[in-house]
Design a protein around this ligand. Structure first.
Ligand code: SAM
Length: 207
């Protein structure tokens, strides 16, 4: 397991990062990338949408443009405080403290699940993806954005020691093992020299 794929360490990390997150975030994950990932989803007005690892609400902000029933979940109380400052008065959004691997929601509670920039901290991503399949209705979509593997082997080794980095093949393996259908990917990047993100969308089978 890498350094930050540990729930307690990730919470401690975000206790400090939450203070500057919104200022640092746009250098690697900006609105254009978020909107491109959103375009991979078919969200209809009234769809129940869950944002797992919502952090300060950057993904949530994009999701409320498509649905007025959005739930954000995060394990960090410090990140949730920042999100609540932005959306506390907005009755289209509700926040929950919880763990991606043990969602506090009933089976089939959502039509769409979004998770951006969080998978890299989960100790067991396949367990979390199975949870997502359980919480999303058959036929619903799950979209996960995470860091694409560096192509340089030295950077790759350093990156892997810190958190999860993965490529399309690994994303296929994780989503297939978790029981998803129709898995598709898109690489997102702010500029040709900035870090790449991988967005994977898949459908819950059995409609
Ligand atoms: C890089 S931030 C991403 C925030 C937001 N989704 C965005 O797009 O800007 C990662 C978030 O994942 C949360 N996180 C990490 N592990 C988690 C887990 N096991 N369950 C729930 N949230 C988790 C962290 O607390 C943090 O707020």
């Amino acid at each position: 397991m890498s350094l930050l794929e540990d729930k307690e360490r990730a919470q401690l990390f975000y206790k400090y990062l939450s203070k500057v997150y919104d200022r640092v975030n746009p250098f690697i994950w900006n609105e254009e990338m978020r909107d491109e990932a959103l375009s991979m989803l078919d969200i209809e007005d009234g769809d129940r949408v869950l944002d797992v690892g919502c952090g300060t609400g950057f993904g949530t902000e994009g999701l409320v443009r498509h649905s007025d029933d959005v739930h954000g979940l995060d394990q960090s109380v410090h990140q949730l405080e920042q999100a609540f400052e932005k959306f506390g008065d907005d009755d289209r959004v509700r926040f929950h403290r919880g763990d991606a691997e043990r969602l506090p929601f009933a089976d089939d509670a959502f039509d769409v699940l979004w998770s951006s920039g969080s998978i890299e901290y989960w100790p067991n991503p396949v367990a979390a993806l199975r949870e997502f399949r359980r919480a999303v209705e058959p036929g619903g979509q799950v979209l996960v954005v995470g860091p694409d593997s560096p192509k340089n082997s030295v950077f790759e080794r350093v990156a892997d020691a810190i958190m999860l980095f993965y490529d399309e093949e690994e994303a296929d393996r994780m989503f297939t093992e978790a029981g998803f259908d129709d898995v598709e990917h898109r690489i997102l990047q702010r500029s040709p020299t900035s870090p790449r993100a991988i967005a994977t969308v898949a459908r819950v089978p059995g409609e």
